[in-house]
Design a protein around this ligand. Structure first.
Ligand SMILES: [Zn+2]
Length: 376
């Protein structure tokens, strides 16, 4: 008994001594990415090893709900301000949370694609208020090819205001074999204007293209693949089928995709099929369970950060068809309970770990373990 306690204490002692040192090393070395649940909108927080922050979008207008979730992630990262904010485009699921976020958390630098081009768009009524916000801070109109000033992390604008980078990134520019069977998609006015960024940290590469639509994916990726390959694709336009053609999803050869979908927004069969047939893909992580998947297309719960509060007695095999939004349409299944984020921590050697904060499930992706390591 005595001996057992002593051994236990000794193990505990080692753990206690070792933990702070390990945590500190990690905090100093890794790039942190929080994919925050904003109920089918977008809010992705990127924090450099030195603590410099880039927030991509601010979620929905929601009486502070989404803003509070962003603040919670920012506090978890030890931030006291947002250094850089990209508003990818002026739809309410991207800019709508901003008036609720700004009083809660200072923002130093606003980046966008220039003026809103859709006066009937869902976020258009915020335009005047937004201009006042950035007039009191630093403001940059993003141009393809420009770099954002974040120490230790290379953030390059690859799309903005309907334009794409003219030249391939270093090492990219190979013919894209998926262009031959590309089928054009449909566009609204603002999605194709999205500010898209390519992020490099050591050997780790990721991309966030806002809600860039298929036709712009084609301009960016055809006939030559201007981006090369990435480790992770972030966002994927909520997993909606107006984006996510093979010319981008397959050609970028991600090992991991993290989707910012909602309970009945995105994650639909066409996109799930494109993602799961993507060469070299290992895992899709979804910020939400989507009823548009059904049993046929969903990922295991371990890879889902948030589940619906009102759970049906049984999940149908086929996807549930979404009613056309409009007056009288029933609201999507509620998710008003605790919201969980995914946290990705990337090391300079290209190793990265994704953690589901709902269930603690975590997986590490090491460069040498890639299924097609020859291509990386
Ligand atoms: Zn959106």
């Amino acid at each position: 008994m005595m001996r057992a306690s002593f051994v236990f204490a000794a193990i505990l002692g080692v753990t206690i001594v070792a933990a702070p040192a390990a945590a500190q090393t990690r905090a100093l070395k890794s790039l942190q990415i929080y994919v925050i649940d904003v109920e089918g909108g977008n809010a992705t927080l990127i924090v450099s090893p030195a603590g410099e922050s880039l927030l991509i979008d601010t979620g929905n207008p929601s009486s502070g709900r989404d803003a509070e979730r962003i603040v919670a992630a920012a506090r978890d990262a030890g931030l006291t301000q947002i250094d850089h904010l990209i508003i990818t485009h002026y739809h309410a699921d991207h800019i709508g949370g901003l008036p609720e976020l700004l009083p809660r958390f200072p923002i130093r630098h606003f980046i966008d694609h220039g003026p809103n081009i859709d006066p009937m768009g869902s976020g258009a009524k915020l335009e005047a208020a937004y201009k006042e916000m950035y007039a009191r801070a630093t403001h940059t109109v993003a141009k393809p090819g420009a770099r954002l000033p974040i120490t230790g992390v290379d953030v390059q604008v690859v799309t903005s205001n309907g334009e794409v980078i003219a030249k391939p990134l270093p090492g990219a520019g190979q013919p894209n074999p998926y262009c031959a069977r590309f089928k054009p998609g449909t566009n609204n006015l603002e999605d194709p204007m999205s500010v898209g960024v390519h992020i490099t940290f050591g050997r780790f590469r990721t991309i966030h293209l806002g809600d860039l639509t298929k036709n712009k994916e084609f301009e960016l990726m055809c006939p030559a693949n201007r981006l090369g390959t990435v480790d992770v694709i972030l966002g994927v336009h909520h997993g909606q089928a107006t984006s996510n053609s093979e010319v981008i999803v397959h050609a970028l050869r991600p090992r991991v995709i993290i989707m910012n979908n909602g309970t009945r927004k995105g994650g639909e069969p066409e996109v799930m099929q494109t993602i799961f047939s993507s060469p070299g893909l290992e895992d899709l992580w979804q910020i939400h369970f989507s009823l548009l998947s059904g049993q046929e297309h969903t990922v295991p719960g371990m890879f889902i950060a948030n589940i619906a509060d009102d759970q049906p007695a049984a999940m149908p095999i086929a996807p549930i068809t979404a009613p056309t939004p409009g007056p009288g349409t029933p609201p999507p299944p509620a998710h008003n309970g605790p919201a969980y984020w995914f946290k990705l921590a990337a090391e300079p050697d290209g190793t990265y770990t994704v953690t589901n904060t709902r269930n603690g499930f975590s997986k590490t992706y090491r460069p040498g373990d890639a299924r097609e390591s020859g291509t990386r």
